[in-house]
Design a protein around this ligand. Sequence first.
Ligand SMILES: [Zn+2]
Length: 511
Amino acid sequence: MKRLAEVLGDWEAVIGLEVHTELTTLETKMFCNCKNTHDDPPNTNVCPVCLGMPGALPVPNRAAIQSIVMAGLATNCQIMRHSMFYRKHYFYPDMAKNFQTTQGPVAFCMHGRLDLEVSGGGAAERPAWEDVAGDGTTAIAREKDGSYVVPIRILRIHMEEDAAKMVHVGGEEGRITAATESLIDYNRCGTPLIELVTEPDLRTPEEARLFMEKLQQTFKTLGISDCSLENGSMRCDGNISLRRRGETRLGTKTEMKNINSFKSLHDALEYEICRQAEVLEEGGIIYQETRHWEPSRRRTVVMRVKETADDYRLFPDPDLAPFDLTDDFIEEAREKIPELPDAKRDRYMRDYGLKQADAAQLAGDPKVATFFEESLAGAPAKAVSTVANVMVNLAPSFDALAPAQVRGIASLLAEDAITFAQAREVLEAVNGTDADPESVVDERGMRQVTDAGALEPIVDEVLARCADQVQQYRDGNKKVVGYLVGQCMKASKGSGNPKLFNKLLAERLGA
Ligand SMILES: [Zn+2]
């Protein structure tokens, strides 16, 4: 098969995503008051409603509807005042009542938008020809470094309920094929679930990955879900079709299932783009089908030919009255929305002078952002950018640091008392303990001499001893200063501050 870059030169990939998110932070299920958790023994959080017993009546969860309205507002959706629940019929053991309660043509949230910032290697995936399409529909403005911002439209976010969890025993990779038994856990049945559907505005696997990442950050920040792709509380299906560049008609799409990581999403789309190109270039046709991503074999395989929407016999649920959301209800949801990642990133750049990539990394995860802000509390002004530097470059290697320890390390770095390499050693020592970085530095005698008066004699001694290197420096070999700093460090038995040695050497050498 051809490589992605080659394929995308000839073909345009048209990608849309459907993202299911369980509202894991709610206490109870969508239409009954069963506990909303999957951690208990199987089939213990169940009742006549979520088991679909005849005559049981559903009662909608107010907090779940507030959560979906928050999700809609945070993704620039229009909140629909009037909507209703529908029954989507199917027969499968994971839903005992034989229909899923979901929404019809009008969802609580319609027509939103998320802006994606695409940079680095990912930006190169979108071929340059897109910029010169000329008709203004596909053109995206690029920065000098190739990065760009692309708006991704959201068609809708609707409210529904999750099905029971099925475990297939004995089959390969937990699939039903070749399984000897299938087990059902109805604890998950009736879990509040929101489904977000994008317009087919994504053009590269990297854009799809970034969209999911941004959505995850947004929903986590809202506090409506733990958004775990690994545990399945956030699940993503991708639709993909190809068309020759310049063509406006959409090709036949396939749907990708079983995507449980950002990497799988990227790799499955990349594979599918290349597979479809190969079929089309050999004169074959693409069938509308659902395909399953096999990470271990790095390929997609056919799961089933897609059923049409009519098969579900969708109609309004007679047990649930239509909704009319009031302005007060919507305002209450709006007031609950905390500062979102983009706004936080911009504030970090503005207030702390951070670089965009660092600010985005710190602002993306609400836990990281809170930790960062706690680390800043009481930090000396000159240590603020160092706190960010430690958080971005060092802290991710350690899982049990306290904000005060990060603040302590940053202060030591900011006053040049230790080097960056030593900071790593100190963090390793304090990780998971309540030790204070300052005492660790003192106990280990790591504190750097930052008094120029004490270091000058060492610099003079080294310069006198290394006449050859000094001559090389004067002849234009500026790199030799690294060797001289090394000699100074050695002469000071590692206690001198390398930055200061550098500065003193530069002064002496007349740089
Ligand atoms: Zn129940």
